[in-house]
Design a protein around this ligand. Structure first.
Ligand code: COA
Length: 323
């Protein structure tokens, strides 16, 4: 009999510090109206002193374990989606594992930028399907504001920090019905971080590390690519658009989310939107939206969820889940 994975519990954690659009107006030549009209963002959370991707991820993981009614001793796999690890090594997954006190189990990071949530979910799902692992913590955690160029108005208004987590457990029934992962490295010039360990840090503040994005070109690519992947997901599962109860999209831009909902002929009241409160939290964003939707009582057991994301790489992916 086929082994599936199902979501047993979710959690999330956001830093206390909030930067509103009014705060951004004091930093760069921008205004609340432009940010809201072009992106849908009203505010973003920013990690404070002592907060890192692993501390945020640990807090989210503890809430997901609590929601699943289990402890860290019950899990046998940790997969963390992050582009902003505390350190090059140990991995953020290992740091979170240390915080949870569950030595010995498998722990790894996955770097797929804003698609990190879907990539991490897919990896954990396949490990569980293999029969080798029974209970996994899937975490998306980011501190993107640590690599934002606060003088660049075209990017600094977009990003925020946060973490999300879910417990996936082996089950006789889905659960995760399918995941779909893609990447195309040919567009690296449109969205990237300027420096790295191997290519060399610069003798500048933060080692010269900044996010650079040709927003308009990324936007067009995101809209067409996400349109394609939602179709691919429906076809793979032999489902109609009307079979989807909730769209839980990556939260980069409200206009991208609306365009994807339109492709699915979905009303916006079937779409979970958190971009207004969180900004783009990269690998954390889909999980943050899912956790909020579950805790607010919108998403109920048995609902069919379509998760999707697009990000740097480019990478993109989707997951179809019976919650
Ligand atoms: N405040 C005010 N004006 C701004 C601004 C800001 N924060 N940022 C850019 N502008 C200006 C530009 O300078 C430009 O001015 P110009 O016409 O005088 O040159 C104008 O607004 C339009 O810029 P453009 O980049 O074409 O805007 P846009 O409508 O494409 O919106 C983004 C910009 C970044 C919001 C949008 O392109 C986007 O969301 N891109 C995709 C992001 C994404 O999904 N990333 C993938 C995952 S990380």
């Amino acid at each position: 009999m086929r082994i599936y994975s199902r979501i047993a519990g979710t959690g999330s954690h956001l830093p206390e510090k909030i930067l509103t659009n009014a705060d951004m107006e004091k930093l760069v030549d921008t205004d609340d109206q432009w940010i809201q009209e072009r992106t849908g963002i009203k505010q973003r959370h920013v990690a404070g002193d002592g907060e890192t991707s692993s501390t945020l991820g640990l807090a989210a993981a503890q809430k997901a374990l609590e929601a699943a009614g289990i402890t860290a001793k019950d899990i046998d796999l940790i997969v963390v989606g992050t582009t902003t690890p505390d350190l090059v090594f140990p991995s953020t997954a290992c740091l979170i594992q240390k915080g949870l006190g569950c030595s010995g189990i498998t722990a790894m990071d996955v770097n797929a930028a804003c698609s990190g949530s879907i990539y991490a979910l897919s990896v954990a799902d396949k490990f569980i399907q293999s029969g080798q692992h029974k209970k996994a913590l899937v975490i998306g955690t980011e501190t993107l504001t640590r690599m934002v160029d606060w003088t660049d108005r075209t990017t600094c208004v977009l990003f925020g920090d946060g973490a999300s987590a879910m417990v996936l457990e082996a089950s006789d029934e889905p659960g995760v019905m399918s995941t779909h992962l893609h990447a195309d490295g040919a567009h690296d010039h449109l969205l990237n971080a300027t420096v790295g360990v191997s290519s060399g840090l610069k003798n500048e503040p933060n080692g010269g590390l900044k996010i650079r994005m040709k927003g308009n070109e990324v936007f067009k690519m995101a809209v067409t690519t996400l349109g394609r992947i939602v179709k691919e997901t429906l076809v793979a599962n032999k489902l109609k658009k009307t079979d989807i109860d909730w769209l839980i999209p990556h939260q980069a831009n409200l206009r991208i989310i609306t365009a994807t909902a339109k492709k699915l002929s979905m009303n916006m009241d079937q779409v979970i939107v958190t971009v207004d409160k969180h900004g783009n939290t990269s690998a954390a964003s889909v999980g943050l939206a899912l956790d909020e939707a579950i805790r607010s009582g919108k998403v109920a057991r048995g609902d069919v969820l379509l998760l999707e994301a697009f990000g740097g790489g480019f990478t993109w992916g989707s997951a179809l889940i019976k919650y």
